[in-house]
Design a protein around this ligand. Structure first.
Ligand code: ANZ
Ligand code: ZN
Length: 851
C-alpha cells in the first residue's frame, strides 16, 4: 500500500491539469455563468498567508460552482505599477520593469503550487503595454466626457532632492524617506477625475448591493458623506461682499454669535482690518503642516483669531465678528461656517475658549429656555429666541428657515458631499503615462487612439532627485501637437495605480483583445462579478473607484450594468502568535527565546507577553507559505485555512491544527486506497448497516451543500466531511455498493477543498475523467428518513434498557414491541402490569407494576 506523498502528487497533477487545460474557462452558452474573482495582488515578491487565504476561498467557490454545472470565470492577474518598484530602482539600481516581472514570475510559481484553478490564458499585468494602452484609452473616454480636468493642487516637495514625493515616501514626522528633509507643500497643476458627478448614484446604488457586508456599505456611505442643509449669506460690514456658509442646521441661525472663515479663504485678507494684519499673517503661517484630520478633531483645542472684520446676520440684523480658525476647512462646503456655540460641539468649545457669547435657540422642551449650558445641546427640540419662528419644532424649522431665506434672496437649500474629486496625477515613472500633449495653441490635446499606447520609455535614470524620470527625458517630452503640428510637450505625470485596478475585472472576459478595450458582448455576458473576495483594506477606495468606472463606462455605452460586484466577501486576517516585551514594546523572535514555555527577553530578562496578531515581518510572526507547502503540501494548507475559521473571521495560525488536517487527509488516503485495492464482488443485502451508511452519506451531502450556499461555512463543511469519513471507516458493509457510493461521495465533496489528493484517489478508483469535471453530488431526501428508533423501556419510571424498533408513533404497536422485549420480560415476569404509559414523542414506554 502506497503512502500519501503530497509533494509528489501535487506537482504531478498541477502539470497534468495545465497540459489538459482542465481549468480553462468553459464558454458553453447553455450553462449559467459564475464569475469568481479574487482581488489581484501587487507583485511585491513573495506570497504571504493573507494571499493564500484569499485565493483559497475564491478557488473553493469556483470549483464548487463548476461542479454544480456553471461555466465559471476564475482569472488572475497583477496590479503591477506602483512605488515599491521605483523605490527599488532608486535604492538598488534595478529597473522597475525587471524588478516587477521577476516578482511576477516568482509569485506565479508559488500560486501554481497552491492548486488554484485559474484560467491563465486570461492573465493581465497592468504594467504591460497591451493593458495600459486601454487604461489610457479609458482615461480619454473620461476626458471626452468632461470627467477629467486639470487644477492646481498641493504635492509633497522635498527641498533637498528637489523632487515630488508620494505620501508613502513621507514619514510620520513629515520628513523625506531619502534626504530626511522636512517636506514642504507645493502647488502644481494636476489631473482630477470628476467622481463627485456620481456621488449621489454611488450612494443610492449601495442599496442594490444586498450581497455586500453592511459595514463596507456604511464605510462607503460615510466616505461619500452626504449632508442636507443650506447655503446662507452673511453681508460683510463695509464691503460689498457676502460670506456664504454651509450649514446642516439652518434652524439655529438665530443663535449665530460669530462667523468663521477657513484661514485660506480668499475673503480673509479682505475682511482683515489693518490693526489685525500682522497677527493674522503670523497665525496663518503657524498652521502650516497641520493635517485636515488634526484640524477638525473634536477632542483637540481649536486655534483661531479675530480678523477685526464684522458681518451681519440677515435674520436678526445683528453685527457679529468674523474670525478665522483651524477647524474650518477650506475644501469643504463654502470654506466658511456660522458659529452656533449653543448647539454645535466644536463651536461650543471654541466659543468657551475665546469667550464668545453663547445664545440658546433650541430648547429640549416647549417653552423653556435653558441657561448656562455646560455643553452644546445638539439634539432636535423647539425653536426659541428665534423671532417669528419661535415654538416650531427644529426639524420643521429647518425648512421654514430655508424657505424664508430663499424668499429674501439670501439663502437656498443645498446638498453637500464630503467626497472630493479624485486626484490621479503622480509625478513618478512606474505608472501609466497620461496620454495628453500640451500645446501652446491648442491646450491639452488627447493623443489620438491610433497612437496609443503612449509607451513608457525604458532607458531612464533613477536618482530620486529632481524632476520625475519622464520629465527629464527631453527627447520623449518634446513632440508635435497631434492637432496643429507645432512643437508641444507631453504630459509627464503618470496615473494613480488605483486607476489600473478600477477596470481590470472588465478585461478578464476578453483579456487578449488587441482591437478594443473589450468586446462589450463578452463583458456584459460575464459581468457583474458574482463573488468578489478580498481584504477589508480595500473597502473604500478600490471598491468605490471600481463602481465609479463602471458607471462612467455604462454611460459611455460600453457596458450595460450599474454595479460591478454582486457579492463581496472580505476575508479576515491571518494572525500568529507574537512575543512582546511589555516594558519596551519590542517584539522578540522565537529563535532568540531560550524557553518557549517561559519566554523572556534575551537582552533585558523581562517576561514576555504573548498574543495573536496579524502576521508581519516587523512582528517576527510570519509563516512563509512555501515552508508549509514543502512540509505538508497545498491540500493540507488549504484544508487548514478553510477549517480553522469562517472566511470573514480572523484566523489564528496553529501548527497543531495544520497537523490535524494532514492526519485527516492521510486517513482519507488509507480509506480509499484500502478500498481500491480490495474491492471485489459487490452485493447489497439491504441491511441496517447499509441504510445507516446511506443516511450518513446523504446527510453529509445535504449539510455541506447548505454550508456552501450563501454564507460559505467552509469550516463546518470540513467537519461534515470528517464525520462522513468516520462513518465510512466504521461501516459494517464494506463490500456493498453503498460503500462505493460513500467513498466516491467523500472524494467529490472534498474535491474543491483538497483538489490534488482527491484527483489522485479518484483515478485510483479507475475513473478516466478528472474529478474536477464531475458533478456535485445530489442528496436523496428518502435516504435521510430514519426508519428505526430507539425505544426506552421504563419500569415504575426507572429506565431499564433500550430496544431498536421500526419507526412509528402508533401507541399500540409501541406497547407491543415493549412488552415483547427481553428487558421488559425480565422485569415484569411474575408481576401484575397495572398500567402501561406510552409516550411516542419521547420514544418511551413505562410499565406500572405491582406485586
Ligand atoms: C451651523 C451649525 C449649527 C452646524 C449647529 C452644526 C450644528 P457635515 O454634517 O459634516 O456636513 N461646517 C460647514 N462647513 C465646514 C467647513 N468647511 N469646515 C468645518 N466645518 C464646517 O457638517 C456640516 C456642519 O459642519 C455645518 O453645519 C457647519 O456647522 C460645519 F448647531 O452650521 B453647522
Ligand atoms: Zn496644437
Amino acid at each position: 500500500e502506497s503512502r500519501y506523498n503530497p509533494v509528489e502528487i501535487e506537482e504531478k497533477w498541477q502539470q497534468t491539469w495545465a497540459e489538459q487545460g482542465v481549468d480553462t474557462t468553459l464558454t458553453d452558452p447553455g450553462k449559467p455563468k459564475f464569475y469568481a474573482l479574487s482581488m489581484f495582488p501587487y507583485p511585491s515578491g513573495n506570497l504571504h498567508m493573507g494571499h493564500v487565504r484569499n485565493y483559497t476561498i475564491t478557488d473553493v467557490i469556483a470549483r464548487v460552482y463548476r461542479m454544480r454545472g456553471y461555466r465559471v470565470l476564475h482569472p488572475m492577474g497583477w496590479d503591477a505599477f506602483g512605488l515599491p518598484a521605483e523605490n527599488a530602482a532608486i535604492a538598488r539600481g534595478i529597473h522597475p520593469a525587471k524588478w516587477t516581472y521577476e516578482n511576477i514570475a516568482q509569485m506565479k510559481a508559488e500560486l501554481r503550487r497552491l492548486g488554484l484553478s485559474y484560467d491563465w490564458n486570461r492573465e493581465v499585468a497592468t504594467c504591460s503595454p497591451d493593458y495600459y494602452r486601454w487604461t489610457q484609452w479609458i482615461f480619454l473616454q473620461f476626458f471626452q466626457a468632461g470627467l477629467a480636468y486639470q487644477k492646481e493642487a498641493a504635492v509633497n516637495w522635498d527641498p533637498v532632492d528637489q523632487t515630488v514625493l508620494a505620501n508613502e515616501q513621507v514619514d510620520s514626522e513629515g520628513n523625506s524617506w531619502r534626504s530626511g528633509a522636512k517636506v514642504e507643500r507645493k502647488l502644481l497643476k494636476q489631473w482630477f477625475l470628476k467622481i463627485t458627478d456620481y456621488a449621489e448614484e454611488l450612494l443610492q446604488d449601495l442599496d442594490k448591493l444586498s450581497g455586500w457586508p453592511e459595514r463596507v456599505k456604511l464605510m462607503q456611505a460615510n466616505w461619500i458623506g452626504k449632508s442636507v442643509g443650506a447655503y446662507l449669506e452673511f453681508p460683510i460690514v463695509g464691503l460689498d461682499e457676502k460670506i456664504a456658509v454651509f450649514t446642516t442646521r439652518p434652524d439655529t441661525v438665530y443663535g449665530v454669535t460669530y462667523v468663521v472663515l477657513a484661514p485660506e479663504h480668499p475673503l480673509t485678507p479682505k475682511v482683515t482690518t489693518p490693526d489685525r494684519q500682522q497677527a493674522v499673517t503670523e497665525f496663518i503661517t503657524s498652521l502650516e503642516g497641520e493635517s485636515d484630520i488634526e484640524r477638525t478633531a473634536e477632542d483637540k483645542p481649536k486655534r483661531g483669531i479675530p480678523t477685526g472684520g464684522r458681518a451681519i446676520n440677515p435674520f436678526t440684523g445683528e453685527e457679529i465678528p468674523i474670525w478665522i480658525a483651524d477647524y474650518v476647512l477650506y475644501e469643504y462646503g463654502t470654506g466658511a461656517v456660522m458659529g452656533v456655540p449653543a448647539h454645535d460641539v466644536r463651536d461650543f468649545q471654541f466659543a468657551t475658549q475665546q469667550e464668545l457669547p453663547i445664545k440658546v435657540v433650541i430648547s429640549p422642551t416647549q417653552g423653556e429656555v435653558p441657561e448656562n449650558l455646560s455643553e452644546a445641546y445638539t439634539e432636535p427640540g423647539y425653536m426659541v429666541n428665534s423671532g417669528m419662528f419661535n415654538g416650531a419644532p427644529s426639524t420643521e424649522g429647518k425648512q421654514a428657515i430655508i424657505d424664508y431665506a430663499q424668499s429674501k434672496g439670501y439663502g437656498k437649500a443645498r446638498v453637500q458631499y464630503r467626497l472630493r474629486d479624485w486626484l490621479i496625477s503622480r509625478q513618478r515613472y512606474w505608472g501609466v503615462p497620461i496620454p495628453v500633449v500640451h500645446c501652446p495653441h491648442c491646450g491639452a490635446v488627447p493623443v489620438p487612439d491610433d497612437q496609443l499606447p503612449v509607451r513608457l520609455p525604458e532607458d531612464v535614470a533613477f536618482s530620486g532627485k529632481g524632476a520625475s524620470p519622464l520629465a527629464q527625458l527631453e527627447e520623449w517630452v518634446n513632440v508635435d501637437c497631434p492637432s496643429c503640428g507645432t512643437g508641444a510637450k507631453r504630459e509627464t505625470d503618470t496615473m494613480d495605480t488605483f486607476i489600473d485596478s478600477s477596470w481590470y475585472f472588465l478585461r478578464y472576459p476578453d483579456a487578449k483583445n488587441d482591437e478594443a478595450v473589450f468586446d462589450s458582448a463578452k463583458t456584459n455576458d460575464w459581468m457583474p462579478v458574482d463573488q468578489y473576495v478580498g481584504g477589508i483594506e480595500h473597502a473604500i477606495l478600490h471598491l468605490l473607484y471600481s463602481r465609479f468606472f463602471t458607471k462612467v463606462l455604462r454611460d459611455r455605452g460600453l457596458i450595460n450594468f450599474d454595479e460591478p460586484f454582486q457579492r463581496l466577501l472580505t476575508q479576515g486576517m491571518v494572525q500568529a502568535l507574537t512575543y512582546k516585551n511589555p516594558n519596551t514594546g519590542k517584539y522578540i523572535r522565537t529563535d532568540e527565546i531560550a524557553d518557549i514555555n517561559q519566554p523572556t527577553d534575551p537582552d533585558t530578562g523581562d517576561a514576555l507577553i504573548t498574543c495573536y496578531e496579524k502576521m508581519s515581518k516587523s512582528k517576527y510572526n510570519g509563516i512563509a507559505p512555501l515552508t508549509v507547502l514543502g512540509k505538508y503540501g497545498a491540500d493540507t494548507a488549504r484544508m487548514f485555512i478553510l477549517f480553522k475559521a469562517p472566511p470573514e473571521k480572523d484566523l489564528e495560525w496553529d501548527d497543531a491544527d495544520v497537523e490535524g488536517q494532514f492526519r485527516f487527509l492521510n486517513r482519507v488516503w488509507r480509506l480509499v486506497m484500502e478500498f481500491a485495492e480490495t474491492s471485489s464482488e459487490q452485493e447489497t443485502g439491504n441491511t441496517k448497516a447499509e441504510k445507516d451508511l446511506r443516511r450518513a452519506i446523504h446527510t453529509a451531502i445535504k449539510e455541506i451543500t447548505d454550508d456552501l450556499e450563501g454564507d460559505y461555512q467552509f469550516n463546518t463543511a470540513v467537519s461534515e466531511m470528517m464525520k462522513l469519513s468516520n462513518a465510512l471507516n466504521d461501516a459494517q458493509c464494506k463490500s456493498s455498493p453503498v460503500y462505493t457510493e460513500g467513498i466516491e461521495t467523500l472524494l467529490l465533496l472534498l474535491a474543491p477543498f483538497a483538489p490534488h489528493i482527491t484527483e489522485q484517489l479518484w483515478q485510483a478508483l479507475d475513473h478516466q475523467e478528472s474529478i474536477h469535471r464531475q458533478s456535485w453530488p445530489v442528496f436523496d431526501e428518502s435516504a435521510l428518513v430514519v426508519d428505526e428508533i430507539t425505544l426506552v423501556i421504563q419500569i415504575m419510571g426507572k429506565t431499564r434498557g433500550t430496544i431498536e424498533v421500526p419507526a412509528t408513533e402508533d401507541q399500540a404497536l409501541l406497547e407491543q414491541y415493549a412488552r415483547d422485549s427481553e428487558v421488559a420480560q425480565r422485569y415484569i415476569e411474575g408481576k401484575e402490569v397495572k398500567k402501561v404509559i406510552v409516550v411516542p414523542k419521547r420514544k418511551l414506554v413505562n410499565f406500572v407494576v405491582s406485586g
